[in-house]
Design a protein around this ligand. Structure first.
Ligand SMILES: N[C@@H](CCC(=O)N[C@@H](CS)C(=O)NCC(=O)O)C(=O)O
Length: 224
């Protein structure tokens, strides 16, 4: 049975999963959850996702939530097809760098990017309270400080999880791209950080990420 992803086109977390599905050449179907009508807070949805958040994967009745856990599941299940997104278990050092990249994204970069997105986009969208511009400037500065350290890291390795493109790179894409496109911030492409800009141009330029954008614009229907 084709994998089903319960999602909505505006979910950045779902974009992370869709990018992995495309890289791994796994057919999937999007089951639209009407986010704008609050369907994700209804009991039937919360039966699958008790936090009432998108997305949820359904693999022939096996259900999984948390976008990074879903990505990892797909990358492991379909290890033998598409782009290799996890270094082999035998390559201890590559594996170590990969885990380091995953931890940097989840523990350091994403919290800063998400806080800025929340202030500029999500808070006004959800509550109607306008963005606090001073606070937003502080939050954006925090993103810049983190990217200053990325500049050093990416001066010594090609990707954030080592010298190969991995899940660790993909995990950065949706929220970083929302900051770039929806908030109009050029922090990932700044001339001040050429290594970060090289990395960002490389990973956002991949076909899989471009297809995620196309699917979103098309309302994210079915892909096989
Ligand atoms: N850590 C979760 C975050 C999921 C999440 O925050 N999803 C957002 C959409 S990107 C959502 O469903 N928001 C609805 C809400 O906050 O009510 C994951 O990666 O899956």
């Amino acid at each position: 049975m084709v994998l089903k992803l319960y999602s909505h086109e505006i979910s950045t977390s779902a974009q992370r999963v869709v990018c992995v599905l495309i890289e791994k050449r796994v057919p999937f179907e999007i089951v639209e959850v009407n986010f704008l009508k609050g369907e994700h807070k209804e009991p039937a949805y919360k039966e699958m996702q008790p936090w009432g958040l998108l997305p949820v994967l359904d693999d022939s009745g096996f259900r999984l939530y948390e976008s990074r856990a879903i990505c990892r599941y797909i990358a492991e299940k379909y290890a033998d097809q598409g782009t290799q997104l996890i270094p082999p278990p035998t390559e201890l050092e590559e594996r170590g760098l990969f885990e380091q990249g995953l931890a940097l994204e989840a523990g350091t970069v994403d919290p800063c990017v998400l806080a800025a997105l929340n202030e500029k986009l999500f808070k006004p969208f959800k509550s109607g309270i306008p963005c606090d511009d001073e606070l937003y400037a502080v939050l954006l500065k925090r993103v810049e400080l983190v990217l200053d350290v990325y500049e050093i890291i990416l001066g010594k390795q090609t990707f954030i999880g080592g010298n190969h493109y991995t899940l660790a790179d993909i995990y950065h894409l949706p929220n970083g791209f929302a900051l770039q496109v929806q908030c109009g911030e050029q922090v990932f492409l700044s001339e001040k950080r050429p290594n970060v800009a090289r990395w960002w141009t490389d990973i956002t330029g991949r076909d899989a990420w471009k297809q995620v954008g196309e699917l979103n614009r098309a309302g994210m229907h079915i892909l096989e």
